[in-house]
Design a protein around this ligand. Sequence first.
Ligand code: UDP
Length: 241
Amino acid sequence: MGNPKYKRVVLKLSGEALAGQQGFGISPDIIKSIAGQIKEVVELNVEVAVVVGAGNIWRGKVGSEMGMDRATADYMGMLATVMNSLALQDSLEHLGIETRVQTSIDMRQVAEPYIRRRAIRHLEKKRVVIFAAGTGNPYFTTDTTAALRAAEIEAEVILMAKNNVDGVYNADPKLDKNAVKYEQLSYLDVLKEGLGVMDSTASSLCMDNDIPLIVFSFTEEGNVKRAVMGENIGTIVRGNK
Ligand code: UDP
């Protein structure tokens, strides 16, 4: 079967992905499927860190559009990522995978604080580490969190697992049946073309630190493993094409 191409990865899951068909909250089936796919790669001795979003519960932008103070609304979003992270931890531990949640905002009763060296130690011990509460700062996203943490822990790749699309297209494939999927792209293309892969802060951080990104669908079982093995699934975004 060969060896995994990547030994240390950051898996980015949007909150929306956790909601499944219902569009809101946490789908037990989806979370089980993700946990199962993470288990598969942990068993290949791949070190897995996860960053979870919160779009299934709350987005700061929505709050601020309702008239809330933006920073307050963003803190709510960060707290919501902690709920998703605990749900994923629970699911992973049901499968016997040791998991630690580290938060960027201190909440010691529920999780460890984010400590870079400690996170790396956990990974070396083959524990899954879930980075919760985003970067700890308002005005950022969990995509930027994934880019930042990937740089900090020297992950070789960010795996962006999607539930609604299987890569990056030149147009919305749901609206335009002639939309074409890119096999590979550069971050500069993403920024220039305004492709909705990740926000520009996250893209720039990945570009500057030369961290590749694979955008793929996790709805096909085993795709996280395929991505880790280096199979051509989805779209790969690199510093230089
Ligand atoms: N957020 C933040 N700072 C961060 C990460 C997240 O303020 O470093 C807030 C922001 O309000 C965001 C929400 O948390 O809307 C949820 O994160 P995100 O939108 O990235 O989730 P996803 O789209 O991945 O579900």
